[in-house]
Design a binder for this molecule. Structure first.
Ligand SMILES: N=C(N)NCCCC[C@H](N)C(=O)O
Ligand SMILES: O=C(O)CCC(=O)C(=O)O
Ligand SMILES: [Fe+2]
Length: 328
């Protein structure tokens, strides 16, 4: 974020998607217009809504519905897929178990990651080794989520082709060695309603404390009717990202900040569910290849001559250091 934005722009990306795998996509006026809007949104807010994304509304809704149903179960039931170090930090965590900047978050969640097989990524990959743990109800929970993940992955890749053009690169800047074998994370998150935070039990109203996301691009599928996600602008004001039916909220992660040499920032955001109702959000995080060393792109260095140069980082190291400090 580098401005005092007051709202988060909405971008209809359908012209980009229509020409996305055409090598001449950059010459298309419709694509050009989407790229211009992406560039502006990424510079000004680091956040934007996408509509015209092509993921069926029925699937988007179903994913939230089964998530609500899971969180309504008794603790004994949810704990059957408990997240532990032995499962590569995959699975269910209770309210208060996730910690942001030292403070327990008022959310429960199921964390999922791309599968990491034994020996993959050597020593670095060890922390994340494991398979996802899925609730057994409904019986198609896993299948539904895997279908959703596959569509989110494809959509993220396509949005990044637009962002690559916006940075002045070629469309496949974030493919191949950089993100051609993208790692991904998905968090199915539940935020109890505000009234349940009175009396014994949860002790603050921060659903998720201020943080930035770790990778390239996040796709947020949030419940309709509850405004809880807030994004910080340059003056430090918290700007709401209310649900807009038919859209995803997208935001830039730390790896894209580095690639762009700070042209685009990974904007701080937090979640406060002040509504009395339980809120669900399913966040999909599209990342670089696990072992890729991320450094500012040459084209971005030229455009930011003299400005701060960001340090080289390895995504997998960044993720592991976060995962190891996210839980008590
Ligand atoms: N994979 C991603 N980006 N997860 C975002 C979680 C943010 C909260 C976490 N406790 C933290 O402090 O990072
Ligand atoms: O609940 C939300 O709207 C966003 C959650 C989030 O920022 C995250 O999980 O990284
Ligand atoms: Fe986030």
């Amino acid at each position: 974020m580098s401005t005092d934005f007051k709202y988060i722009p909405i971008i209809d990306i359908s012209p980009l998607l229509a020409r996305c795998d055409d090598p001449k996509m950059a010459e298309d006026p419709g694509v050009y217009e989407v790229v211009r809007q992406l560039d502006q949104a990424c510079r000004e807010a680091g956040f934007f809504y996408v509509k015209g994304h092509g993921i069926p509304d029925s699937l988007i809704k179903e994913v939230k519905k089964v998530s609500h149903n899971f969180f309504q179960l008794q603790y004994e039931e949810k704990i059957k897929i408990k997240m532990t170090a032995a499962t590569g930090f995959r699975g269910y965590q209770r309210v208060g178990e996730n910690i942001t900047k030292g403070v327990p978050d008022m959310h429960e969640a199921i964390d999922c990651y791309r599968e990491v097989k034994e020996g993959m990524y050597g020593e670095l990959g060890k922390t994340m080794q494991g398979c996802n743990q899925w609730p057994c109800n409904p019986p198609n929970f896993k299948e539904l989520m895997e279908e959703y993940i596959s569509l989110c992955k494809d959509l993220s890749r396509k949005i990044l082709r637009g962002i690559a053009l916006a940075l002045g690169g070629s469309p496949d800047e974030f493919e191949g060695e950089r993100a051609g074998d993208a790692f991904w994370v998905m968090r199915i998150i539940g935020y109890p309603g505000a009234s349940t935070t009175n009396g014994p039990g949860p002790i603050n109203d921060i659903g998720c404390g201020a943080h930035t996301d770790y990778g390239l691009l996040t796709l947020v599928n949030q419940d309709d009717d509850i405004t809880a996600l807030q994004v910080r602008n340059l003056s430090g004001e918290w700007i709401s990202a209310p649900p807009i039916p038919g859209t995803f909220v997208c935001n830039i992660g730390d790896m894209l900040k580095i690639y762009s040499n700070g042209l685009y920032d990974s904007t701080l955001h937090r979640v406060m569910n002040n509504s009395p109702r339980y809120r669900v959000c399913v966040a999909y995080f599209y990342e670089t290849n696990f072992e890729t060393a991320v450094e500012p792109l040459e084209i971005c260095k030229q455009r930011t001559a003299g400005a701060k140069k960001f340090e080289r980082a390895v995504y997998g190291e960044h993720l592991v250091s976060k995962v190891l400090t996210n839980f008590d």
